[in-house]
Design a protein around this ligand. Sequence first.
Ligand SMILES: Cc1ncc(COP(=O)(O)O)c(C=O)c1O
Length: 303
Amino acid sequence: MDTEKFRNGAAYVGGKFVPFSEAAISVADWGFTRSDAVYDVVHVDDYRFFRLKDHVERFEASMKKRRIDVGLSTQEIEVVLHRVVALSGLSSAYVAMVALRGRPRVVGSRRPEDCTNHLVAYAVPWVDVISKEMQETGATLWISEHPRVPDASVDPAVKNYQWSDLTSALFEAHDHGYETAVLCDAEGFVTEGPGFNVFVVKEGRLVTPDRGALPGITRKTILELCAELGVPHSIGPVSRSDLQSADEVFISSSAGGVMPVRQVSDGGALPGSGGTVFRSIREAYWSAHKRPLFSTPVEAVQA
Ligand SMILES: Cc1ncc(COP(=O)(O)O)c(C=O)c1O
């Protein structure tokens, strides 16, 4: 195999491994026409997956809830993920697994049961949800006027491509000169942002929203680290004013880890990366990457 052409990006699609630039799906795929797909993203750092089992477990739970079955076992999915990273040769990679509804086997069918579900996976060079500079200075966070889609309509625990509210909020943030956005639900409680969970710290106590948010693997890691570090923490309601009057605010995503916020719209000054709780959690988060329990070396497995 000519491995050179896989450098800087390798994909698995239609049961084959191809260079990322050649990876394509049909325009008739419901994953494309209806956003009928679920996905997950795992970080590879220094040729090691971070919390691979957790990501694959969440991916399988998303598939189950959406009644998508790609016909592969957990181990087979993991083999595909190892292989795309190994082929790409990337030591630091953004590794996506996507389960698509696929195309109907019966021409013109409107029945999801008639579609052949399939797996797409790829490894590309690492991307962060906010720029490296902002990870030092802190991001600016616009509280969007656009409400997050209700949990009862789109289950936020299913990692999905229904991003229209998140994308509208991003445009709104950029129109107001902010880096990124956070959305509230119809009752005005904070949910999450485009690709990240949100945390507020007030008088040493950390809270992350209990609604409208993906149970992030980074969030899970942060909550576990809080327990170890003795930081009082909870998953609970966070109002718009809680966010605006917090002592510290930060965000989390596999795409960037734990990232500081230096300003929230209509809020007071925030310490950004100078926040005490933020600093201890960010340090603990990156140290946790070395724990054998969380770390899976990329294997040059044959698929
Ligand atoms: C909407 C949304 N919320 C939260 C997150 C953070 O989840 P994780 O920490 O598992 O990457 C993501 C990740 O991409 C996301 O897309």
